[in-house]
Write a protein that binds this ligand. Structure first.
Ligand code: G6Q
Length: 549
């Protein structure tokens, strides 16, 4: 039977709760000592990607119970429903088909009887034609110059994906193309980019699914004015393109629909970098590389769709997250890529996870009584070892970590990469093993510390260990590996949403603040009488108005 809500009341959940009580008494050190095969037992390889999850507080029984939980939620059918275009985003009555965008086998995918692959392929072809024309200097600016500054104007899902991917694939970028991203409504974001570029050689890409987002439209208007002031109104068609689902609004903004790259409401914002939203990626690294990224994601999609749960990377990744959060009560996760090119991956995944699964109403329309999405934060290693890692090692609550590391660097200089790799491996081992008070005391004594010093310092120098981590290794950061990696996390988020019984594809939570900002704006400008606010908000409006006078 598939439970509609109240997953925490299910038999599978209760079994895990009882099992967890026993597991809480075990230290991972003991689990490793008892079983030499633990690493191979708890790791999965897909092509060059190795997912090692052995450093979790699990046994074979844990995994069997977790898989039972997934099955009891009807996960297999839900996965099929997503891939086949069912309207699984129930609050917005939409299909969820980012997988169709990278359906490299081109098998038909139907929404309301229409094979969406036809229009997906048309847009991919249009992206290829345009990105190549820009890259090879055939599509020129108004004054005949090559367009070498590409400015993506978008926010949230229309910014984070392209920005992250362009950074991750920097090594593949055309040397003469500079890519910029303007997202924040803060005028500084616009000003800082406009200060660096020349209108004659700039292409603005206005990326907005709805074409109604205030930040994007405000930034786009500012950039349009800047361009028109320099080159005149006739220049717009050579310097502005739009990526959107909303042709009407694109027209109203003053961009010719000929210069629009379409996508559709079955593509969620935070799942959209595979669509026309990826145009800046295609221009920066070339359409062949963009398609290799789609190929990598497709390989992960096929693995997710066709592999039994026990060997299915996104499924296991998701279940471990639920195990750590719902059963051990660990409410945050760190994501730490040991690769400078992946420095924006944590911000990207933060939106993916927290916007998708930060929900409190179930698919059955009830308020949920168990924890759903967890906090995700992170940054590139080794930098973050010198900031938040202290808390991972000696805080009062463990924080599960995902470590991501390519075996080979794009910049093999001296020993840099080996030092980097030794650090990531050491962190995982240290977080798992820890150091007992006894071990700390012995070390201090061996260093010649006095008995008093040893007694005083031994607890400070001890580490509890038993902190879960996953390690994801692949050969090298290339477009294909990036595609695999992102698709892996997308599916993880989906699986967790299914188990928590939430709609992972809406984001109503971002709306309340937006509405209130619309009301506050005229009050701040002195164009409207002050509305009804709490005393703190009123006082803040007053104080800022006084400072701005
Ligand atoms: C993502 C969200 C959100 C969205 C932005 C921008 O899933 O929907 O981050 O991408 O709000 O929206 P537009 O693309 O419509 O401007």
């Amino acid at each position: 039977m598939i439970l509609k809500s109240g997953v925490n009341k299910s038999r599978a959940w209760k079994k895990l709760e009882r099992h967890c009580k026993k597991m809480k008494k075990l230290h991972m050190r003991e689990l490793f000592e008892k079983d030499n095969n633990r690493a191979s037992k708890f790791s999965i390889q897909l092509e060059s990607l190795l997912f090692d999850y052995s450093k979790n507080r699990i046994t074979e029984k844990t995994m069997a119970y977790l898989i039972d939980l997934a099955k009891s939620r009807g996960l297999e059918d839900k996965i099929k429903a997503m891939f086949s275009g069912e309207r699984i985003n129930i609050t917005e009555n939409r299909a969820v088909l980012h997988t169709a965008l990278r359906n490299r086998a081109n098998t038909p995918v139907y929404v309301d009887g229409e094979n969406v692959m036809v229009k997906i392929n048309e847009v991919l072809a249009k992206m290829r034609k345009f990105s190549e024309a820009v890259r090879f200097g055939e599509f020129k600016g108004h004054t005949g110059k090559k367009l070498t500054n590409i400015v993506n104007i978008g926010i949230g899902g229309s910014d984070l994906g392209p920005k992250m991917a362009v950074e991750a694939l920097k090594k593949y970028k055309a040397k003469d193309i500079n890519t910029y991203f303007i997202s924040n409504i803060d005028g500084t974001a616009c000003a800082e980019v406009l200060n660096k570029i020349d209108p004659e050689t700039t292409l603005f890409i206005v990326a907005s699914k709805t074409f109604t987002t205030v930040e994007t439209l405000t930034n786009a208007k500012t950039c349009r004015k800047w361009l028109v002031d320099a080159l005149g109104e006739h220049a717009v068609s050579k310097h502005f393109v739009a990526l959107s689902t909303n042709t009407q609004k694109v027209k109203e903004f003053g961009i010719d629909p000929e210069n629009m790259f379409e996508f559709w409401d079955f593509v969620g914002g935070r799942y959209s970098m595979w669509s026309a939203i990826g145009l800046s990626i295609a221009i920066a690294v070339g359409m062949d590389n963009f398609e290799k990224m789609l190929d990598g994601a497709y390989a992960m999609d096929m693995h997710f769709l066709h592999t039994d749960f026990a060997h299915n990377i996104p499924v296991i990744l998701a279940l471990l997250g639920i195990w750590n959060s719902n059963f051990f009560g660990l409410r945050s996760n760190a994501l730490v890529p040991y690769d400078q090119y992946l420095s924006l991956i944590p911000a990207y995944m933060q939106q993916l996870e927290m916007e998708s699964n930060g929900k409190f109403v179930s698919m059955g329309n009830d308020f949920i009584k168990y924890n759903t999405g967890t906090v995700l934060f992170g940054g590139p290693g080794t930098d973050v070892q010198h900031s938040f890692f202290q808390m991972l090692h000696q805080g009062t609550t463990p924080i599960p970590v995902d470590f991501i590391i390519p075996a080979i660097s794009h910049n093999e200089i001296g020993e840099h990469h080996e030092i980097l790799v030794s650090n990531v491996l050491a962190q995982g081992e240290a977080l798992m093993r820890g150091k007992t008070v006894k071990e700390a005391a012995a070390e201090l004594a061996a260093k010649g510390k006095s008995k008093e010093e040893v007694n005083f310092l031994k607890k400070f120098k001890s580490f509890p260990g038993n902190n879960p981590s996953n390690t994801i290794v692949f050969k090298k950061i290339d477009p294909y590996a990036l595609g695999m990696l992102v698709a892996m996390y997308e599916h993880k988020v989906f699986v967790q949403g299914v188990i928590w019984d939430i709609d992972s594809f809406d984001q109503f939570g971002v709306e309340l603040g937006k509405e209130m900002a619309t009301n506050i704006l005229p009050e701040l400008q002195g164009n409207a009488a002050e509305g009804r606010h709490d005393s703190s908000t009123s006082a803040l409006i007053g104080y800022i108005r006084r400072l701005r006078k």
